[in-house]
Write a protein that binds this ligand. Structure first.
Ligand code: AMP
Ligand code: ZN
Length: 494
């Protein structure tokens, strides 16, 4: 029997503002859509936090034996900056800056995104569609919305008609609890506003000016799709008109997800998503991590130590462990202290994994393993509460210590259940990796590089520059960069 049949999973639904018992639409198969990155620059750690929350949610659903169709898109066109000015198309701007084709920008940062996620041990989604690969679907949706009276053309652009939507008794603003009158009052001047019937109408299709290089032919002339539309096009194509879970960061609730709800309901007459899930923000220095404000750190800068914020490099496992010690709906402030504490905690957990293998079964059990196992599941069943799960795993560490001391005992059946549960939650559900890949290895690499730095110093003292260059260059080939400074030679690992 599938494991999920024994569990009662509750998910906090942002739409109702309550934790609800999770009931999938199709028995045993779940559709999950997560808004992916806009690939015009490197992902920062904040982005990684959001995607990691959904990685763990995906992992737990798989662990419960659900079949999951997990769609995470790549936004490679049409995501305009907030002011809506088409000249501020992120891809076009970045391509000018880097003197590359927009699609080279897309490729460069898609590769970076996947590389980073690989480093952090993410499971790939089952479908990773791109906006530019679904232009036809977006044009079809736009045509459908026009024919149903929910959208109108204006000067080669097409806008969603929020007033027409509300006039049909549909409720624009239901996710973010916004009132349409307030919206009208608060809307700033937007580019092309004069083309709109109402300032809160949003673009489904934008007319491309002659200079705009990312453009596609459409019934309304050359243009490009609006950002909100791509997610409706791709989610309905792969998951259906109504699917189970839709996720993203909290900042996407409005307008992005609000618009997705409106597009879905207008097009298909049904609510597109049963459970809306939103992750909270990663902050640094108490402020939201964001590219635009410069308050950010790149994932690989944290891993290599090539930054001025953290005192030392941290392995991706430690970053994952740190992130998962906060619930996905809580703000997490990243700091050197938090990372140092996570490193300590993570090493304790790995030490316990090692020790558990050395415990021998006894005739009788003196610990209540089934209660402990139930607690672990209850934590994850309560809206994927990873910090509570980790607290139970540390309770497991305490048990391992007393089992090792011999002041507690487990029979072979209980020991088997304990080991399986402990390892499954650590490795399969939380996605942490084994000790041999992490802390101990990092120490060894550091030790070896330091030996080579010493040997290079000796070579230079002997004026053997060929050897000293050879050491430096071969380390570079391995992704290890030596830096000579006043205080001696340091290194960073890419
Ligand atoms: P973007 O590429 O800007 O569309 O962002 C990709 C994802 O990262 C979205 O789900 C955002 O909500 C999320 N995100 C952006 N900044 C942060 C942050 N500081 N902390 C957590 N998630 C974030
Ligand atoms: Zn989206």
């Amino acid at each position: 029997m599938s494991l999920y049949k024994n569990q009662s999973l509750k998910i906090y639904n942002s739409l109702s503002g309550e934790k609800e018992v999770f009931t999938p639409i199709h028995e045993g198969t779940i559709g999950m859509y997560v808004c992916g990155p806009t690939v015009y620059s490197n992902v920062h750690l904040g982005n990684v936090r959001t995607f990691m929350s959904f990685d763990v949610i995906y992992r737990y659903l798989l662990h419960l034996d659900f079949k999951v169709r997990y769609v995470r898109n790549i936004t490679d066109a049409g995501h305009l900056t907030d002011d809506g000015n088409v000249e501020n198309d992120r891809f076009v701007k970045q391509s000018r800056l880097e003197k590359l084709e927009p699609m080279e920008i897309v490729q460069k940062y898609s590769v970076d995104f996947r590389k980073v996620l690989d480093h952090f041990n993410f499971l790939p989604p089952t479908i990773e569609p791109t906006a530019t690969g679904h232009i036809i679907e977006q044009i079809e949706l736009t045509e459908k919305l026009i024919s149903l009276g929910f959208a109108y053309e204006s000067s080669g652009s097409v806008y969603f008609d929020v007033a027409a939507y509300n006039a049909k008794g549909l409720n624009y603003g239901e996710l973010s609890n916004r009132n349409i009158d307030e919206l009208i009052a608060n809307t700033r001047d937007l580019d092309g506003q004069s083309e709109k019937k109402n300032p809160q109408d949003f673009a489904l299709w934008k007319n491309a000016s002659p200079a705009h290089i990312m453009r596609w032919n459409s019934p309304w002339g050359d243009g490009f799709p609006g950002w909100h539309l791509e997610c409706t096009a791709m989610s309905t194509k792969y998951l259906g008109e109504t699917f189970d879970i839709h996720g993203g960061g909290m900042d996407l609730k409005f307008p992005h997800h609000e618009c997705e709800i409106a597009q879905g309901k207008a097009c298909n007459g049904v609510t597109p998503v049963n459970y809306w899930m939103h992750t909270n923000m990663l902050t640094m220095n108490g402020l939201r991590m964001s590219k635009s404000t410069g308050n950010y750190i790149l994932p690989m800068e944290l891993v290599s130590g090539d930054n001025t914020f953290f005192e030392k490099p941290f392995h991706p496992n430690i970053v994952r462990f740190c992130f998962l010690q906060a619930h996905y709906r809580s703000v997490l402030d990243i700091s050197n202290d938090a990372m140092m504490a996570s490193e300590k905690g993570f090493n304790r957990l790995m030490e316990a994994v090692k020790n558990l293998k050395e415990i021998t079964p006894q005739n009788e059990s003196t610990l209540d393993i089934s209660r402990w196992k139930k607690d672990c599941y209850e934590a994850m069943n309560d809206d994927f509460n990873t910090p509570i799960l980790i607290a139970h795993l540390f309770e497991g560490v305490r048990c391992i210590n007393i089992l090792k001391e011999g002041t507690a005992a487990l029979n072979s059946e209980d020991l088997k259940i304990f080991s399986q549960t402990f390892e499954t939650f650590i490795f399969d559900v939380l996605g942490l990796q084994n000790v041999k890949d992490t802390a101990a290895n990092t120490d060894k690499v550091e030790g070896l590089v330091n030996i080579l730095i010493e040997m290079r110093k000796m070579a230079r003292a002997n004026k053997d520059f060929a050897l000293s260059d050879q050491i430096r260059n071969q380390l570079i080939e391995l992704g290890i960069q030596l830096k000579d400074g006043k205080e001696g030679t340091s290194f960073s690992i890419q």
